[in-house]
Ligand binder design. Structure first.
Ligand SMILES: *Cc1c(COP(=O)(O)O)cnc(C)c1O
Length: 371
């Protein structure tokens, strides 16, 4: 296993003693970034952690014309002992490479990619917000940078990683979101790029989302592109429905659905909390009927940003289907608490999901192994 040799340049400025307020989501970035270049025939080279800076790209760069580009999203969490946890970051590295393959881009070395994240986070740990529920968001990106207007895979790429201190998603506690079921627009299609984290999927979702927002809703529920009948995802999150407060049902991975790390983690820990889980095709008509009949007691989105985003009501074909309470349901709460307790290192991690980055001062956490 090759260990990546990263050149490290000093940051242009240090972490401020107090972070900007309000932090929001993805609006502030740390002082340094990781970059690495790729050239066909030469492979990845010039790994660097240097000052955060604008990219200088030729206007003919392939990404601006073909959109050959992928990204990832994960977080570093502050533990009670002052050290940091990464959460299942190998899963994100695997998915980055699956997205790369789908977009005809070169893979990265997964170990080197995780090493680059770890080193960058270690150097920038002063930017990790201390507020409960806040985190340091990690955004790896790969873009095609060959200058050509030809429609074909690029021969050169840039891989970079930036970090953003982010506020808790639900600052004032869980607030259920309202969801508009789109049967006009679709997000992606089986055989398309729905399983890849690639910006085109999001660009294509914006018009439908803007229309839903203008109509007074916050998110869009996406149906399958072929029959416009089976549920895919909500916004940029996976979705789950809770039956009778104990059975969790989520769309199976169809090829058009992003393989969420949060989804996978919640499905794995649900049985340990006494919930049963089921992955299958979920018919929108059946779901609306089951909400009306009171059989479905909760619905929630699952993703790294919010972890869990409870749904308060759906609008489908002009009719509203609401859950009785304006609060998050008990299943969403228990799952949220369990997963975030593990991510933040507040409880032991029986699943081996967390990876420790030691940054706490030796005074508060004496460790003879550290120099
Ligand atoms: C990133 C993403 C998710 C959630 O994935 P996590 O790994 O849980 O953050 C779900 N759906 C879409 C479309 C996404 O882009």
């Amino acid at each position: 296993m090759s260990k990546l040799d990263i050149r490290i340049e000093p940051a242009a400025h240090a972490a401020p003693p107090t972070l900007p307020s309000p932090l929001g989501f993805g609006r502030h970035f740390t002082a340094r970034m990781f970059t690495q270049q790729y050239l066909a025939g030469r492979g990845w080279h010039d790994a660097l952690i240097g000052p955060y800076r604008p990219l200088v790209l030729d206007p003919a760069a392939q990404v601006f014309h073909c959109g050959q580009m992928i990204f990832e999203g994960t977080k570093a969490y502050l533990r009670p002992d002052g050290n940091l946890n990464l959460f299942r970051v190998e899963k994100n590295a695997e998915r980055f490479n699956r997205s790369a393959a789908r977009l005809a881009m070169p893979e990265v070395d997964a170990n080197e990619h995780v090493h680059a994240i770890t080193e960058l986070v270690r150097l920038e740990h002063g930017w990790v917000p201390k507020e409960e529920g806040a985190a340091l968001y990690i955004r790896p990106v790969m873009v095609a940078v060959e200058n050509t207007l030809e429609v074909r895979a690029s021969r050169s790429f840039l891989h970079y990683i930036i970090l953003s201190p982010v506020a808790p998603y639900f600052a004032g506690g869980f607030k259920p979101v309202s969801v508009f079921v789109s049967d006009g627009y679709v997000r992606t299609v089986r055989g398309g790029t729905g399983e890849a984290k690639t910006p085109g999927n999001y660009a294509g979702s914006l018009a439908g989302t803007e229309e839903a927002i203008a109509a007074g809703y916050q998110q869009v529920l996406w149906l399958d592109a072929v029959e416009r009948r089976y549920i895919d995802e909500v916004g940029a999150m996976n979705i789950a429905f809770v039956y009778e407060g104990k059975h969790i049902r989520t769309p199976m991975l169809s090829g058009a659905i992003l393989r969420g790390v949060t989804r996978d983690s919640l499905l794995k820990l649900a049985p340990d909390l006494g919930f049963s889980v089921q992955e299958d095709r979920i018919d929108i008509h059946e779901v609306m009927r089951d909400i009306e009949a009171g059989k479905i007691t909760e619905a929630f989105g699952m993703g790294t940003g919010a972890v869990i985003a409870p749904v308060g009501r759906f609008c489908f074909q002009g009719k509203n289907y609401a859950f009785g309470s304006s609060e998050a349901g008990p299943v969403a709460r228990r799952m949220f608490n369990r997963l975030t307790d593990i991510q933040y290192g507040r409880v032991p991690d029986p699943y081996g999901w967390t990876r420790l980055i030691e940054v706490a001062a030796a005074k508060t956490n004496p460790s003879p192994a550290r120099v």
